[in-house]
Write a protein that binds this ligand. Structure first.
Ligand code: SIN
Length: 549
């Protein structure tokens, strides 16, 4: 058994010596899922929201494309469901997808009532097209700044709602559980208040994904998988962690972060080309540049492997400088910082890690395998995304499942949390100095090279051993700042992803295995794992009874 199975807490502490706070619902994470959950929960009691950074530093804030929902007269939840299932490569749980697409439109109305304004104005919303969608159904705001507009709406709505207390820049280290494995809150750290124990009747994880585990990622620096690692340590079941979605088009400029270049750009007619102008997606898929994300990513990777080029280009020159800046003002501004005019020059792009498809297992109502613990949004794995998420389904998922999770938590017979005397006796086994930046960058490079878009069993086996070795000293140390805890969480999640990726002996959706190039003939199965178990469990993807969505 490795240290990742042994470690229950990151630091030693005695709860009775720490300040204690109480709340009915504790929401860990302040993006779309967390805030939607908080606003719903405030109708039933007190709510505390923890955000690791400033509120605007979440994946939600960065979302460009928009929110997918079947709103057009010629669209339907059934059509949205079909596209989601096709993108998911057989691994979606159909009842989860039906829940998303049927309940999605009401959430858009809810957003509208909360003050969100989508592009299109009085004549009706203007719907965009993205990869894998059979028709235009993506709502967007302020051009390509949908996430920012959504966060503004939700932050304002939360501020207007009585009973919500927000601690930003507050790090949740670990979950508290009672003797019966019920989650009763979390151990937290705040730069001003230090360590505190927050007791809660219900605890909701909504802290996003783990894109930072890869060297090349579109994710902000806060996406370090803390909630997945924390849930794992507490004994919650995780699902399909081997599935990371790679976005085909992130900016490829030396020294620049891998800024996302929204699929909406291809939705407006841009084409992926190589440096000779050859169209990369022609002949690869009927939807060409607007094929599902995994198909386009594979197309680019294969083309580059054949040509030896380091990157591809997005050609959006048909829009012209003004047209590009009008439709994509945020992108135009960002590109201009690197001297690129997206409407008159080719944009250099390369795939990068984008969305954590796997996560903490939940049922359709956000319940995890631990009583009192719920999860929604990117941290959760509820079967909606299968082996490859359909573009712009994630903001919708945060809204639909953020609300559903709270409704389940309210219904569940949970007594108030009773403060317990908790003692964690983590002992340091390593006294030497540790260069955290080096551990982090070594992990991120190894994940990108070996557990990325194209994988191979032998290399991943080496990574599992290497991460276990690094874990012995990185998790054998005790840190007193978030950067140390984040590194420990990244290492934990990287290790779990690699173990799961090794176990999944097939190529499906977001990744290809050189040593297992075909899909498993047994059929699509979810991979479930829990701390302390030597082997994962497998569960067949759920097929819903057809009921005319
Ligand atoms: C994009 O705009 O391409 C990203 C949207 C998403 O990840 O769903």
């Amino acid at each position: 058994m490795s240290i990742f199975d042994e470690r229950r807490f990151l630091i030693p502490f005695r709860s009775q010596l720490l300040p204690q706070l109480f709340t009915d619902t504790l929401v860990i994470g302040g993006g779309v899922a967390g805030l939607r959950a908080a606003i719903e929960a405030a109708r039933h009691g007190t709510v505390t929201v923890l955000a690791k950074g400033p509120m605007e530093l979440s994946n939600t804030h960065w979302a460009q494309g928009g929110i997918a929902a079947a709103l057009a007269a010629d669209d339907s939840p059934a059509a949205h469901e079909r596209d989601t299932l096709a993108a998911g490569a057989g691994l979606c749980d159909e009842d989860a997808v039906q829940t998303l697409v049927r309940e999605g439109p009401a959430e858009i109305e809810w957003l509208h009532a909360a003050g969100m304004r989508f592009d299109g104005g009085d004549s009706g919303v203007s719907l965009g097209l993205e990869g894998g969608h059979g028709r235009a159904r993506i709502l967007h705001a302020d051009g390509d700044q949908t996430g920012r507009a959504l966060m503004r709406t939700l932050i304002d709505a939360a501020a207007r709602t009585r009973g919500i207390r927000v601690f930003d820049r507050c790090f949740a280290l670990d979950l508290c559980t009672d003797g019966a494995q019920r989650v009763t809150g979390a151990l937290t750290w705040h730069p001003r208040f230090g360590l505190q124990v927050l007791w809660a009747r219900a605890t909701i994880l909504a802290a996003g994904g783990a894109g930072q585990v890869y060297r090349e990622t579109s994710n902000p620096r806060v996406a370090t998988g803390d909630a997945i690692a924390m849930a794992w340590r507490a004994g919650a079941q995780v699902q399909d962690l081997e599935f990371m979605q790679f976005h085909p088009t992130t900016l490829y400029v030396a020294g620049a972060p891998r800024h996302l270049i929204s699929e909406a750009v291809r939705g407006e007619g841009a084409r992926l080309v190589d440096r000779h102008g050859v169209e990369i997606m022609q002949g690869r898929h009927a939807q060409a540049d607007l094929a599902p994300r995994d198909v386009v990513t594979r197309g680019i990777v294969e083309h580059l492997a054949g040509s030896g080029d380091s990157h591809a280009f997005l050609d959006a020159r048909h829009l012209g400088s003004d047209g590009f800046a009008r439709r994509f003002p945020g992108l135009a501004r960002m590109l201009s910082e690197y001297g690129i005019d997206g409407g008159s020059a080719l944009i250099p792009v390369h795939p990068a890690a984008h969305y954590t498809i796997g996560g903490v297992w939940t049922d359709l109502d956000g319940r995890t395998s631990l009583r009192g613990l719920y999860a929604c949004g990117e941290v959760a794995s509820n079967g909606v995304h299968g082996a490859n998420r359909l573009a712009s389904n994630s903001l919708l998922e945060g809204l639909v499942f953020g609300r559903r999770t709270v409704q389940a938590a309210i219904r569940d017979p949970l007594p108030d949390a009773v403060p317990m005397q908790w003692e964690s006796k983590v002992r340091t086994s390593v006294a030497g100095e540790l260069d955290l930046d080096d551990v982090r960058s070594s992990l991120r490079s190894a994940m990108w090279r070996n557990v990325g878009i194209v994988r191979d069993g032998a290399k991943m086996r080496d990574c599992v051993d290497m991460f276990a070795f690094w874990g012995r000293y990185a998790l054998g140390s005790v840190f007193d700042t978030p950067s140390g805890w984040e590194t420990q969480n990244l290492l934990t999640v990287g290790h779990l992803m690699t173990r799961a990726a090794l176990e999944r002996r097939e190529s499906r959706g977001a990744h290809t295995r050189l040593d297992w190039p075909a899909e498993d003939p047994v059929g699509p199965q979810h991979l479930l794992w829990r701390r302390g178990e030597a082997n994962p469990l497998w569960r067949a993807a759920l097929r819903a009874a057809r009921s005319g969505a």
